[in-house]
Design a protein around this ligand. Structure first.
Ligand SMILES: Nc1nc2c(ncn2[C@@H]2O[C@H](COP(=O)(O)OP(=O)(O)OP(=O)(O)O)[C@@H](O)[C@H]2O)c(=O)[nH]1
Ligand SMILES: [Mg+2]
Length: 285
């Protein structure tokens, strides 16, 4: 995919600027920052402004949704974070895994902070990274609303866990400008950008092109089609046909086909896919 063809996506609505202000106001109270990123996009889903919150706090980075990411690339990212950043604690995380939850609780309690008896943890990150799900799992009950779309949490909320942690759930925050247009595109594929601000069919087409180039077998398996000797439009048609997505008159329904591909990717049905890999040039601002 060449950059010129990519739709430039940007999403920084007023509620995010407000959410950022409200987090800053609370920072005096916070002992530990639990930053949640998406393991399928560990750097581009990491807010470059995060140092404003973490510089004098204990910092735990959760590479969440690791069950949806390529496990080999995730290991490479773990090494990269340990070797190239000063983040104290990095965990490959899955908010539905009880063993990891126990490990996280143990880690938080082991941290050297004031107010050890009621540690206050900020849970922050981009929209749809899984912040509220992580919190619910630590509480052991569904106390915060979750959903596989961005902007589910609209305001801050303090929640306490059975083992005396105070967790601050916060709305997902992005940043005013993505320097690289690929970042906006990738975040849209993950469901971290509101789907009314981009052209779904374009974003799905870019995703399908990426999948055909890097994961052709996954595409063949999930949609029960063959890619050989087909051009891009024929592949789109084959997916629509295989899933019976037709509109009146027997035409293929590109709108629903686009939706299908985006949802399958977002929910990890296509396979365990990581969109970025660490290289010797990877830099974290
Ligand atoms: N597979 C998988 N899905 C997860 C994981 N964590 C969260 N999810 C799903 O991701 C979606 C978003 O979760 P939320 O907890 O609402 O995300 P959030 O970061 O609070 O989102 P906002 O409040 O919109 O900023 C939900 O459908 C969750 O079920 C995980 O570790 N693995
Ligand atoms: Mg939330």
């Amino acid at each position: 995919m060449s950059d010129e063809k990519i739709e430039y996506i940007q999403w920084y609505p007023g509620h995010m600027a407000k959410a950022k202000r409200e987090i800053k106001e609370k920072m005096k109270l916070i002992n530990v920052v639990i930053e949640v990123v998406d393991a399928r996009l560990p750097i581009s889903s990491k807010n470059p402004d995060i140092n404003e919150y973490t510089w004098n706090k204990q910092h735990i980075l959760l590479m969440n949704k690791s069950d949806l990411a390529d496990p080999f690339v995730s290991e490479a990212w773990m090494d990269w974070f340990k070797g190239n950043t000063n983040i104290q604690h990095v965990m490959l995380y899955d908010a539905f895994d009880r063993r990891l939850k126990a490990e996280l609780i143990k880690l938080i309690h082991s941290l050297n902070v004031k107010n050890k008896f009621q540690m206050k943890c900020l849970v922050c990150g981009i929209p749809n990274a899984g912040k509220s799900t992580v919190i619910n799992s630590l509480i052991g009950k569904k106390k915060t609303q979750i959903g596989n779309r961005p902007g589910v949490t609209r305001g801050q909320q303090w929640l306490s866990t059975p083992d005396n942690l105070m967790l601050l759930d916060t709305p997902g925050i992005l940043w005013p400008k993505f320097d690289d247009p690929m970042v906006g595109l990738h975040l849209a594929w993950l469901g971290s950008i509101k789907d009314t601000i981009y052209e779904k069919e374009n974003i799905a087409a870019d995703l399908l092109k990426y999948l055909i180039a890097y994961y052709p077998k996954y595409v063949e398996n999930i949609y029960k089609i063959t890619l050989e000797n087909k051009n891009f439009v024929e592949i789109y048609d084959a997916i629509a046909k295989s899933r019976g997505l037709l509109i009146k008159g027997g035409e293929y329904d590109y709108s629903r086909t686009s939706e299908l591909i985006l949802n399958d990717f977002k929910n990890g049905r296509i396979g365990r896919i990581t969109l970025e890999r660490p290289t010797s040039k990877t830099f974290m601002g």
